[in-house]
Write a protein that binds this ligand. Structure first.
Ligand SMILES: [Zn+2]
Length: 59
């Protein structure tokens, strides 16, 4: 069974990484609007993924 959440989490991670590598506006402290969008998507998926990891371990 393909792990869809993990795939999306990884894709968002790569997109976030690619953006911060390519963008000259973003720094560790401030993000451009595009970078902010990419980062928020990554953060949401990371939260969801880590939460699922915790839930699975509890079973
Ligand atoms: Zn940026």
């Amino acid at each position: 069974m393909p792990d869809d959440l993990y795939q999306r989490y990884m894709a968002a991670h790569r997109a976030n990484q690619a953006h911060s590598d390519a963008c000259t506006t973003c720094t560790a402290a401030t993000r451009c609007p595009d970078g902010q969008r990419v980062y928020e998507r990554f953060a949401r998926l990371q939260d969801a993924y880590l939460k699922r990891q915790r839930d699975q371990r509890r079973r």
